[in-house]
Structures are given as structure tokens and as C-alpha cells.
Design a protein around this ligand. Sequence first.
Ligand code: NAD
Ligand code: UDP
Length: 332
Amino acid sequence: MKKILLTGGLGYIGSHVAVELIDKGFEVIILDDLSNSELFVLDRIKEITGKDIIFEKGDIRDYDFLYHLLSRYNIEGVIHFAAKKAVGESVQKPLLYYDINVSGLICLLKALGDHSIKKLIFSSSCTVYGSPDSFPVTEQTPFGDTPSPYGKTKQMCEQILEDASLIADYDIVSLRYFNPVGAHPTGKIGELPKGVPNNLVPFITQTAAGLRDELSIFGSDYNTPDGTAIRDYIHVVDLARAHVRALEANLGKYVALNVGTGKGHSVLEVVKTFQEVTGVNLPFKIVDRREGDIPEIFGDTNFANHKIGWKAEKGLAEMLKDAWRWQKSLLK
Ligand code: NAD
Ligand code: UDP
């Protein structure tokens, strides 16, 4: 059985990937410092899969810890989720973001090199494209201006990985996630935002649950059909399955793949669909645009389809239904 290390594996995306990997017969080892996750998630993954999981608490920037962890287990591949991800916070704390996201990756690459581990999947983001002006974006769309340190760390990390792949026999895949939403259909794992959510879907579900008074829709004067901004929302389980496919594929050296649905939805469409599928009325108001937001982005996913035989299967209604089931489970 192949052993795969998930850094940041107790987080939102990592926990869903753990479930899909175990389902496909992989053995999973999770490394996490619990800075943005909770230990109960480990039990939930075990409940869903019925399998044991090795957990190691530690920081990705600690080379000795990583070195010894990799020495203890015969790890064949690594999926690197551990990073900070709040765009606004990255403007306030740029050094922390460069340290964890960029220095953390370099530390991991050194430890992998010292154990001759070649297979690495990296969590990148469509934020690397900045604010593109033609759609859908393909992997050939050049990196754009991204105002936040967070976005810059993803660009830097991809550059580091591409350069590293030139000098060693690596098999590295960067997955450029679009907007991951939803939760596991069992309602046992999902997103656990700390404090007031920055992201649209957790804000919607918390408002529907009565934890927030109303949703603010940031801007209705964009050049889009209904004036609100457009994103490519992808179900977290579809996203998780792309990781399994990327691990199983032998792509060689370095490749970056878009992981989205290829379809854009406006904020108003998301709100309307949420109300339709849950039957819950959602109070909202239109406010000014949020600083740094781009009007529109959605991805061309043909390359991922061709390279790893993967395509998203779940639509917006399912994403929102599953997000709502998860939110309700948190209220119990
Ligand atoms: P998350 O915060 O839920 O998960 C990240 C996990 O990493 C957490 O469990 C956290 O405790 C852990 N972690 C953070 N710093 C660490 C460190 N120094 N050492 C060890 N563990 C550490 O985030 P997520 O939504 O699951 O995102 C996972 C990855 O995907 C991140 O790299 C993120 O930038 C990227 N990404 C996320 C989104 C999104 O919308 N969620 C979009 C694009 C890319
Ligand atoms: N958004 C919104 N209200 C919120 C949160 C987000 O109108 O409370 C909008 C945001 O302006 C963007 C879309 O929803 O157009 C998706 O935002 P999110 O923060 O989830 O992801 P982003 O694409 O910005 O990373």
C-alpha cells in the first residue's frame, strides 16, 4: 500500500483528500501544526473511512522534524497543503505568509531531496493569474499582477517548484484550485472558518443559520450579466479526487493544472441557488466592491482532463446543499 504524506492534512481540503485517498487504498500520514484546524477532524476522517491514520503534530518549517518523520515512514509521495490562506491577513502580515508558504515549501523540498522522494502535489491557486481579461483561463495564461502577498507566495512557490524540477528527477504537479466550496456528503467534515468568514459560501451558510445578520454582496456594478462578480466554484470532493488522479499519473518534471468546473457563477446566482436548494431565505444587501477583488474568473480544465483523466462532476446545487448540511451539523 502506498504511503502518502499530507502536510496540512487536517485542514479543509486536506481532510477531504485524506478520505478519497484512503478510499482508493492509499495509506495516509497527516502532518499538521493545528494552527488552523482541530484534532476532532482526525476522528471524523477515521469515522468516514473506517481506517486508522497516523498523525504527526509539527511545523512544516522545522527541518529536523520533517527529516525524522520522513525517515520513520516509507513515504512515496507528498501532498503539500500546509500554508496560510487569508488574502487580507497576508497584507497585514506579509512576512508570516512568506515564511510559512515560501520558506515552508523550501524546507519541505530539502527534506524530500534528502530522502529521494520525487512525487509532490502542491496546492496552488487561480490567484496566480491575477485579473485576466479573457476567459476561460488556460494554463498558458501568464501569471498576472496579484496585489496580495498571499497570491505572490503561490506564484513564487510555483516558480521554485519549476526550477527545482529542472535539477532533479522530480514529478511535481501544481494544482491551481479555483473556488473550493461544499463539504463531504456525510456532513462529517467541511470548512471550519475561524471568526467571521471571508469567503462567500461559509458566510452564506452562517447567515442562513442565523449566526450572521445578513450577507453583504460586494459590488453589483461589474461588467457581468447581473453586475455581480463571477467565480468558478468547485465541489471540494471533486477537487479532492483531482489529487488522487494527479498522484496516480506519471507526468514527470513539473506541470501545473487548472482544477475548476470550467463554469462561472455570479454571486447573485450563488445566493439564488442556495435559497432554491435549501428553501431558506437569505437576507442580503448590496454594498461597495471589496478592495482587491477581480470581476471575473473561470478556468479551462481540458488540460487536467487530458493529463490526469479528471473532470469535475458536481454542480453548484450539490455544492451548496452539502455546505448547508455541514453548517447544520455544526449547530447541533
Ligand atoms: P486550511 O487552513 O483549512 O488547511 C491548512 C492546514 O495547514 C491547516 O490544518 C493548518 O493547521 C495547517 N498549517 C498551517 N500552517 C502550518 C505549518 N506551518 N505547519 C504545519 N501545518 C500548518 O486551508 P485549506 O483551505 O485546506 O487550503 C489548503 C491549501 O490550498 C493551502 O495551501 C491554500 O493556500 C490552498 N488553496 C486554498 C483555497 C481555498 O479556497 N480553500 C484556494 C486555493 C488554494
Ligand atoms: N463575496 C461577497 N460577500 C462576501 C464574501 C464574498 O459578495 O461576504 C464575493 C466576493 O466579492 C467574490 C465572490 O464572492 O466576488 C467569491 O469570494 P471569496 O472570498 O469566496 O473567494 P475569492 O474568489 O475572492 O477568493
